[in-house]
Design a protein around this ligand. Sequence first.
Ligand code: ARG
Ligand code: ZN
Length: 874
Amino acid sequence: QTVYLKDYTPPEYLIDSVELNFDLDEQNTLVESRLCMRRNPQSTDPGMSLILAGEDLELVNISLDGKPLAEADFAITPEAMTLHRVPQDRPFVVNIENRINPKANTALEGLYLSGSMLCTQCEAQGFRKITWFLDRPDVMTRFKTTLTADKSQYPVLLSNGNKIGQGELEHNRHWVGWEDPFAKPCYLFALVAGQLACVADNFTTMSGRQIALEIFVEQHNVDKCTHAMQSLKNAMRWDEETYGLEYDLDLYMIVAVDHFNMGAMENKGLNVFNTKFVLARPDTATDSDYEHIEGVIGHEYFHNWSGNRITCRDWFQLSLKEGFTVFRDQQFTGDRTSAAVKRIEDVNALRTRQFAEDAGPLAHPIRPEAYIEINNFYTLTVYEKGAEVVRMLHTLLGAAGFRKGCDLYFARHDGQAVTCEDFINAMEAANGVELNQFRRWYSQAGTPVLTVSQQFDTQAQQLRLTMQQSCPPTPNQPEKAPLHIPVKLGLLAPDGSPAPIVLDGRQHEEITLNLTQSEQTFVFDKLARQPVVSLLRGFSAPVNLNMPRSLEELAFLLQHDSDTFNRWEAGQQLAVKVIFDLIEDLHQQRPLHLNALVVKAFNGLLAEEGDDLSYQALLLALPDESYLAGQMPVIDVDAIHHAREFVKTTLAHDLLDDFERVYRIHHRDESGKFSADAIGRRRLKNACLSYLNQLESGASYALAKAQFEQARNMTDQIAALSAIVNSHHPDKAECLDRFYQQWQREALVIDKWFALQASSHMPDTFATVQRLMQHPAFDMHTPNRVRALIGAFSQANPLHFHAKNGEGYRFLADQVLALNTLNPQIASRMVTGLAQWRRYDGKRQELMKQQLHRIVATEALSKDVYEIASKSLA
Ligand code: ARG
Ligand code: ZN
């Protein structure tokens, strides 16, 4: 059942072109496929048979070169069709007719129904649920597609490429023809049919070509597409300016659908998006939603080059397109918003979630070596760590060198299906460097630990910095070799000003050190006084930094570091240290007391008048409970929660006037304004609200309620509701109810309503979650809703999910089993909530394992769930 990278062989046959005819119907779609094929001259396999992948298909007809095949000429299994004998010495044509039932397709892979519209999701292996095909990314084909359907039910008929014809038919039917001039793998195929409104615009490329831009949504959403359209134009311009890459077709279409397993899909010329990453209006979407929409629109657009024009040879190379494209979308968002804030958000997510994956039973390299179900490898490791690996190349080669490498990669491999190795080769060749050791980042799993010690010699005026690297064992990788780790460093003089960096006789303001051995010492000269070291600036490598620091040193860096990332990081480490001291006090049953240094540091932050208010808001945010959990040998969810709440409440108490003052300064009605200033003011103000809310006072209740009632934008409204939900606010039920009544027709807002309640830390949360499962608006068939309720509870509410009595675990396993038959991809995403069982105390371990065993023992388990659950137990 396991597929291995080492077993890769080139395809035995090629498909030069395909013509597809769809006779579309909700429950009975007829697919006609005409495959022009030939033997691959590069294939070494001597066999004469042709194996086409296909699942859940009903065969109607099959012929070879126009002659119907006899029963004996082919065989069908649940996963494939074998044609026993096909021509070896000349091209041939296979004609297939088959039926599929989109309505029965609750897995949302292949052709399925979302509301009343038909749409597809083919990556990774969904095309085989549409018709028999060589469903692998290294088979690239030119597609011509004709869609025929009822005119009233499906007035809009879309597929990849350019529209080449349309016409009316009898019985109120019509057809539209599409042709994609670029050869592509079938995972990039798409079709959409439905009653859709179109928002149109256009873009002139750098070479002066006019591109038609079209966003398709349901009629009631046409007022929520402005931002998505602007984002698309921004992305197109940015890719031209930053990478010199221009769009290639005359038409770019985006369709928003309510039912979607992931975020969005880069199908050639016809992106299909989760509505969450398209629709926005100031009163329905938050500032962060606006930023995520621009990021995902950018991501899918950037795939047109990093993914579509140049694609993956096999699915083990997924990070080739995903890591690179995530890096590109991170750069884009950084340029469009605040680079400092974007970097912090990305690192925070990486360290909280990807580091946990890397430290658990599901750890894998960014280029995995084996899988049971490829859909399980659309992971934080392949995407986010993959992006960090690309970022390190950017750091090592410099922006110009990285660009040269990209240029060569795109020029060399245009129209090809290639490997991660090809990407590094291009980087090497374009820059005249050798990246052999760096390649280990592709094959080695786990998060390296970087341990740093310093020695200052006053006499010699020298600082000796010794760095050691190691990497904990991960599944199937007990031993690790040293990696090439770029370590960006700055030095601060005791007054906070930059100290010169003199290394090997050369002076720098900032330097990137190349750590390549297990242990290395760097000696910095000409230092009259001991500097404070600012290490791993910008988070220059995805490692765990272990460098003992005093609270005073951290407070100093929080005040003075010129590197925006490290300044924030110093504040985080300060809070982490203090919270862990408090956890120790809790364990020893000592009274809690907050170190005055922390209060002073926060006092300073609140007094600041910087110009990046979003950044200031981040400086005020305490580390997440999940991040803290990642730092603890045996996770104690209750102690983490109580210690962190204690810090937050004490700060609110001691700095009440400051929080109130900053709140008032920035509280104004700027609904509909999305300038960095307006967004920053909302972020900073709502950070203050969240602190003040800790006080559970008449004043704090009044403040939250007033903001809730007056808000005319979703950022402020949801922040106020969150404060209300996470307190004993007397009007909680009323506010939740009013919010529901106000927004019941906006699915994406109702998702927020579910998620907010599911992630509440108030004691009645589990009962609320159970009640919400019965709510008429809850629906297991809608992935966004499942993520909002079950996902938020199991992944964003450690306190209640990990309740000592195991009710959270049992609940999750129940839902996983219910989802297993409906939608295996979503089910397997939910199982990951149990994967980290080894990190908890013995009693919780037992309870979590029990549920995993129960899942594994279930009959008719999908490959998806089986792989995650069984590997979690291994
Ligand atoms: N390629 C898409 C993206 O990252 C994700 C599609 C994932 N689909 C899946 N079934 N795993 O933009
Ligand atoms: Zn992607």
